[in-house]
Design a protein around this ligand. Sequence first.
Ligand SMILES: [Mg+2]
Length: 346
Amino acid sequence: MSLETEFEQVTMPLEFPFTITRGTQTTAENVIVRIEDEDGTAGIGGAAPSSHYGETAATVEAVLPDLLAVVEDVGDPHQLERIERRLRETIERNPAARCAVSIALHDLVTKRLDVPLYRYWGLDPTETVESSYTIGIDDTERMREKTETALERGFGTLKVKLGTDRDLEIIEAIRDVAPDVRLYVDANEAWTPREAVSRIEALAEYDLEFVEQPVAATNPEGLRYVYERAALPIAADESCLTAADVPQIAERCDVANLKLMKCGSLREARRIVHAARAHGLQVMCGCMTESNASIAAACHLAPLLDYADLDGSLLLADDPYDGVSMPGGRINLEGLERPGTGVVRS
Ligand SMILES: [Mg+2]
């Protein structure tokens, strides 16, 4: 068998500037990989690099030729385990770059078999969770308005970015306009351990599901300190990159938040799910600001999850790709009428 590969960078403006404690983003730079077999069937995957993990569109483009050379050398897209192992041996870091290749291969393989990815995995498309929609940091009044807009668009689950000097004011304003919505918050490592415990005690008044990454990932004992004292469940995001991190975080949090762009492949994402379950953790899948070239694939993990935060494409002003429909955050795998991940150019 022979495979042809190509990639291109796409720059996508966001609908609104997106701010977390580490900074503001107005565009998403993704790199799209295409792998075509000799019958002309093509798989598509996306890399959404995060500078927090040392990747940019430029680093993705720099390593893709070596990664795609592995794919062409193996030649058989169904050899997913072998290809992914060789991708890791070729480029140890750069998980977003490796993930774009993994997604494109999974899309190709399942298109060749003419089944949606969830069906290839044997998952139940009726068992999906609802994705949250993220409210980035802004002035409090603007965050309240964004919440109202999200409610008008039918979202029933919201994630709110915190880590400001007015975190309680923000949650009070949001609860004021959204008293019944399912709500969780993400501090993106902003608090010290002691600060986290007292903030979480105050936040617990507002009926939150959990608090994501209260303290720095570089402070695992701080995360344990918070977990043992916190008034709300704790999710680990920056502290949970690959399946190898799961034993470490197992006694420091309640929820493992995996992301394709941190773990580097769809097979590794499933290993994280299973490792987390084995350690008694709940599982969430989050995302970067990503097009449906990668979000569509993440949607197929939904039947394995307790929480999904897969709004990456929804935060874009205009996504050049369609994927799995997500009206009001409801991941509609059952309604997907295309094989593969469901990705198509919009
Ligand atoms: Mg997070």
